[in-house]
Design a protein around this ligand. Structure first.
Ligand code: GGG
Length: 338
């Protein structure tokens, strides 16, 4: 990464401000410590602040600024602006793959220390596309799959598994009921699977998979899920590894990638500097992997893990009373020595 990279920072609403502030503490330290890293940060507004300034939750200024960025770090968004903002970014920029790792970290109270799975959520179609209508007493939301969208997420998942040394990809569905979507996509999944002979391919019903995540996560590896199912399944995953404070995500498209914690805006904790920024810092780590700086990514991950294992700086969700910024400063300090 010898040339300058433009990083868009979109705090969003609620605790999105707290966690992106924490990320900036770490990012500024990285810029100071690594001579060959040249990052330009561009702050962009969405949500309530954007409504106040521009009269719109997803203003043209932000929409037009995003394509200039090499990567975007996003905080959080909540009702009532979540659909317009998330769909504006995810659908507007075709960020079709939402990679959501669920990995237990040492030093964190978890249900399953061996959990290490990845939900790959289709991010632009399915039920969350938000298409629907009202017809008298019938109220309908459509669950839309396209041929292009199905193939794209299946191939992405196998390729991601291959690149990241994973062994198995599990396709989740409810094929017996959803004949027009899941059954069709399952056939496509098994048509494509032989092109990736080093990766085992299997499938599970989504409800059975949710139970498996809770009871035997160690038997799961990479999971493909429809948009709404993936959103739910990754929260289930968060529940077994200490909560949503530990679940980062990457939204990947052909021309842009955006990184964010899985959690939403949690307004009651907003601006209190108390929430756990680990998920956002791990999303930042995923951003450096995307920018092909795996050296920085692994330094950052090691520092996060060292702070958690040492246990002196802990946010309230895991039994401590340290602040969001204390945690970020401890991780930043650890970048020197890890
Ligand atoms: N940082 C992610 C975020 O703000 N999520 C809030 C939300 O509404 N999520 C629903 C979704 O991911 O589709």
């Amino acid at each position: 990464m010898s040339n300058k990279k433009i990083i868009g920072i979109i705090p969003g609403d609620g605790i999105g401000r707290d966690v992106t502030r924490a990320a900036r503490i770490v990012l500024d330290t990285i810029v100071d410590r690594f001579e060959d890293v040249d990052l330009e940060f561009r702050n962009m507004e969405v949500g309530e602040v954007a409504v106040e300034r521009y009269g719109k939750a997803f203003p043209d200024e932000t929409r037009e600024g995003i394509p200039d960025c090499d990567a975007v770090l996003f905080g959080a968004i909540g009702a009532p602006h979540d659909f317009v903002v998330l769909s504006g970014i995810r659908y507007g920029f075709h960020l079709y793959a939402n990679v959501r790792p669920v990995k237990a970290l040492k030093g964190v109270p978890v249900l399953h220390p061996n959990a290490d799975l990845v939900v790959i959520r289709e991010n632009t179609e399915g039920l969350y596309r938000g298409v629907g209508y009202d017809d008298g007493d019938r109220h309908v939301n459509l669950r839309i799959f396209t041929d292009e969208g199905m193939e794209r997420i299946i191939r992405f998942s196998f390729e991601w598994a291959q690149k990241n040394g994973r062994k198995k990809v599990t396709f989740t569905h409810k094929e017996s009921i959803l004949r027009h979507t899941d059954a069709l996509m399952k056939d496509l999944f098994y048509d494509i699977a032989p092109e990736y002979p080093s990766i085992e391919a299997d499938d599970m019903e989504i409800d059975a998979c949710a139970m498996r995540v809770v009871m035997k996560p160690g038997t799961l590896d990479v999971i493909i899920a429809e948009n709404a199912n993936g959103d739910i399944l990754s929260d289930v995953g968060g529940g077994i590894i200490g909560g949503l404070g530990f679940t980062p995500s990457a939204n990947i498209g052909k021309d842009l990638a955006m990184f964010e914690p899985v959690h939403g805006s949690a307004p009651k904790y907003a601006d209190k500097d108390v929430v756990n920024p680990t998920a956002t810092l791990m999303a930042t780590r995923m951003m450096f992997e995307f920018l092909e700086r795996t050296d920085i990514a692994s330094r950052l991950q090691s520092s996060i893990e060292a702070v958690l294992v040492e246990g002196k700086v802990r946010t309230y969700d895991i039994g401590g009373d340290s602040s969001t910024s204390d945690f970020a400063r401890a991780v930043a300090a650890g970048l020197d020595i890890t």
